[in-house]
Design a protein around this ligand. Structure first.
Ligand code: CP
Ligand code: NVA
Length: 303
């Protein structure tokens, strides 16, 4: 049984193949080629946090592939408090073909994966956002031809999105640089893990220096879901890390801006950048659809 708890559940070759499959699925969608690869399959989405892109891209992907999706808020199923996570999973084993989870604790994804006889897809946890990373890598591949050799500079918090993208870059041979305030970077064990995968990972605190040779500048919110009580402190700490026109002017003109969205305009990114010519954020959001399809096909083929 294969799961997608983080990008490192795939080998570099599998990740390359996944991106190629997503590119082909994208082309097929544009040619309006119908698909039935998920016919009679049921995929449940269990979410502890809000979502636009992850929910809608998965549900649309499933419908477009002839399958059915069930959206269940964690509250509704009493996930982990009405009955244990293991008992929820053992029950779902009889009903569904795959589950997409959006949770606070990454541990929840791993625990469910231990008991599930269906593939588990991590639709965001506090530690990882691998579906996002796959869409980001597809966007980079489309724009630059290949991911290998590119310099991806993530400006802001060393969070779930940054971590999965760092791992994805390590697998595919891109340089990943995190420009973050002290205390908000990656811990040594994570850095070591990226390096063991052959990744070139650099940690910086100066955003201006960090973007000097960037191909991609990446922004995400400063306060992730679940960290709302830290918002005031984070607003102050991250203020010098705003992706604005001034910072963009320090990067090469060919640099492109990515953001996983939702964007907090006026905080981590300005209107000027979001609405400017160097952003790829809505193509990136669109790529979630094609990547979700490729992930579902990959996992269900092997289950
Ligand atoms: N980028 C992303 O995962 O968006 P949602 O939180 O809207 O799903
Ligand atoms: N880092 C953000 C990503 C949202 C898609 C969060 O976890 O809230």
């Amino acid at each position: 049984m294969r799961h997608f708890t983080d990008v490192t559940d795939l080998t570099p070759e599998e990740l390359e193949r996944l991106l190629e499959a997503a590119a082909q699925l994208k082309a097929a969608r544009h040619r309006r080629v119908p698909s039935q690869t998920l016919a009679h399959r049921v995929v449940a989405l269990i979410f502890e946090k809000p979502s636009l892109r992850t929910r809608v891209s998965f549900e649309s992907a499933i419908i477009q592939m002839g399958g059915s999706s069930l959206f269940l808020s964690a509250q509704e199923v009493g996930f982990g408090w009405r009955e244990s996570l293991a008992d929820v999973t053992r029950t779902l084993n009889h009903y569904v073909d795959a589950v997409v989870l959006r949770v606070f604790q990454h541990e929840t994804v791993l625990k469910m994966a231990q008991v599930a006889t269906f593939p588990i897809i991590n639709g965001l946890s506090d530690r990882a956002h691998p579906c996002q990373a796959a869409a980001d890598l597809l966007t980079i591949r489309e724009h630059f031809g290949e991911v290998r050799g590119r310099t991806v500079v993530f400006v802001g918090d060393g969070n779930n999105v940054a971590r999965s993208l760092a791992l994805g870059c390590a697998l595919l041979g891109a340089r990943f640089r995190l420009a973050s305030p002290p205390g908000y970077g990656f811990e040594p064990a994570f850095v070591q893990r990226c390096q063991q995968l052959g990744g070139i990972l650099e940690l910086q605190s100066d955003p201006v220096q960090a973007v000097a040779d960037a191909d991609i500048i990446y922004a995400d919110v400063w306060t992730s879901m679940g960290q709302e009580s830290e918002r005031e402190t984070r607003l102050k700490t991250f203020a010098p890390y705003q992706v604005n026109a001034r910072l963009l002017a320090q990067a090469p003109p060919h640099a492109r801006v990515l953001h996983c969205l939702p964007a907090h305009r006026g905080e981590e990114i300005t209107d000027e950048v979001m609405d400017g010519p160097q952003v790829l954020v809505f193509e990136q959001a669109g790529n979630r659809l094609h990547v979700q399809k490729a992930i579902l096909e990959f996992l269900l083929e092997q289950s």
